[in-house]
Design a protein around this ligand. Structure first.
Ligand code: GDP
Ligand code: IMO
Ligand code: MG
Length: 446
């Protein structure tokens, strides 16, 4: 019997440790030169990863953030849910800007977000946000505040199985026809129920089949078995970088459930979402924004509703890359960050957007929660329980200086160093990188 020899070269991962938008895209783009492939393993077009190079801004939703390097593979793994129309639009947009997109590979087992998934997402949110489900605390009802990209319904169909469509099915007309006919029968009835008195969209199998197979043809040369592709790269000693989408606090198991997304966003999602075992991943960079932001509903213990919050939102340009929604803003929550660093086994932290905090006289960091008259430094991974938590803060002095041009930790203002030291001490993981601006070059390494 032939045994696999030990592979050489490390695999690494970049994972968001908060509620998303920590600056993962920028870091993946920065690290990509050291790897042969950049691999997305979870989420879908709910993600919005920005990369800024030489003043040019790229907003990536499904395409991995290694795409700007022509010699890299950009792999969309089986754990991702893919809207083929969004993917092709994104690829066309990149190609028009002169980016070589020939390295894009899509797993034949990635699930396809169909138009009825987006309709269901929209209608479910509408029902949940109706006054009927409002409470004193949450007058907007119980909606999740999704991106309406069809993510939840698509992952639900993946778990339901029979009506789910995978990228490989787009290339098999008989399988596609059978699945779409079955799906339309079930979905149209469900959507009529959800729409109540309003007009429900009616999906016609023939139209959807034509739509899906047309997009499938355009993606045919990209659709592959990415599990073997990645293992073959590993056998050749090539290094692979995994790009987390969304973030630990939005993880379907470990986040602020039910105010989460529908996939496994921690490093734990990598084996299931790519077929590469966790034992191959030797370094995990946990990305931590220097303060907290959250888009959509659900608890944010350190949320700011005052001028300081507005100031951070404006300075940090905290408006969604995917939906344009203003992001909710709060002080850094280290109870949450310590928990998510633990979940992903973070071996280093990247503290991003530190420059945004310049000019604030005092910086507050949440180091404990007060819940039911007691304090705890343990996170509460339950959206409803967490609603009752209050932050306990440690205050440190702020810094005045613009740090956008600083390239070494040594050269940071003393108060900024104290802030980073505090993060390191509380989380128990070293700060390996610091973001001081959106540009690829505005990063302190080492
Ligand atoms: P991602 O989803 O984690 O990739 O993050 P997003 O791209 O959605 O949001 C991060 C935003 O902050 C983007 O507009 C980035 O260009 C920007 N950004 C990333 N790192 C830094 C930084 O260190 N400083 C500043 N000022 N902006 C940054
Ligand atoms: P990146 O990769 C910020 C949030 C949505 C909503 C919840 C569920 O750019 O960091 P969904 O559409 O996934 O069903 O929405 O999750 N959300 C994100 N928030 N950044 C993201 O991705 C997000 N992906 C999902 O706002 O609250
Ligand atoms: Mg984002």
């Amino acid at each position: 019997m032939e045994h696999r020899t030990n592979t050489t070269g490390e695999c690494a991962a970049v994972i968001g440790l908060q509620w998303g938008d920590e600056g993962k895209g920028k870091l993946v783009d920065l690290l990509a030169p050291d790897y042969a492939a950049v691999v997305r393993y979870n989420g879908g077009a709910n993600a919005g990863h920005s990369v800024v190079v030489g003043g040019e801004r790229y907003a990536l939703h499904l395409v991995p953030s290694g795409i700007l390097y022509p010699d890299k593979l950009a792999v969309i793994g089986n754990g991702v849910v893919v809207d083929p129309e969004v993917l092709l639009r994104e690829l066309d947009g990149l190609a028009q800007r002169g980016v070589d997109v020939s390295g894009l590979v899509l797993s034949d087992r990635a699930h396809v977000v169909m138009p009825y998934h987006k309709a269901e997402d929209e209608l479910r949110e509408r029902v949940l946000s109706s006054a009927q489900y409002a409470t004193k605390e949450q007058t907007t009802g119980r909606s999740i505040g999704t991106t309406k990209r069809g993510i939840g319904p698509c992952y639900a169909d993946k778990a339901q199985r029979a009506t789910a469509i995978r990228a490989g099915d787009l290339l098999r007309p008989e399988v596609l026809r059978r699945k779409v006919e079955l799906a339309c029968a079930i979905k149209n009835a469900m959507l009529r129920g959800l729409a109540a008195d309003d007009e429900a969209p009616e999906f016609k199998p023939a139209e959807l089949i034509a739509w899906a197979s047309g997009l499938g043809k355009r993606l045919e040369r990209n659709i592959k078995d990415t599990t073997y592709l990645l293992h073959d790269l590993r056998s050749q000693g090539k290094r692979v970088l995994f790009e987390g989408a969304n973030a630990a606090m939005l993880d379907v198991d470990h986040g602020t459930y039910p105010y989460v997304t529908s996939s496994s966003c921690t490093a734990g999602g990598i084996p299931a979402g790519t077929g590469v075992p966790g034992s191959e991943i030797s370094s995990v960079l946990g990305v931590v924004k220097a303060y907290s932001t959250r888009v959509g509903n659900g608890p944010l213990v350190t949320e700011l509703f005052d001028e300081t919050g507005n100031r951070i939102r404006e300075r940090g340009r905290e408006f969604g890359t995917t939906t344009g929604r203003p992001r909710r803003v709060g002080w850094l929550d280290l109870v949450a960050v310590k928990y998510s660093a633990m979940l992903s086994g973070a071996s280093g932290l990247a503290v991003t957007l530190l420059d945004v905090l310049a000019g604030l006289p005092t910086l507050r960091v949440c180091t404990e929660y007060r819940v039911g008259g007691r304090t705890t430094d343990r996170f509460l991974p339950d959206g409803d329980l967490l609603e009752g938590a209050e932050p306990v803060y440690t205050d440190v002095a702020g810094f005045e200086e613009d740090i956008g041009g600083v390239r070494s930790r040594r050269d940071l203002p003393p108060a900024a160093k104290v802030y980073l030291d505090l993060i390191e001490r509380m989380v128990g993981v070293r700060v390996a990188m610091v973001g001081v601006g959106p540009e690829r070059s505005q990063t302190i390494r080492g």
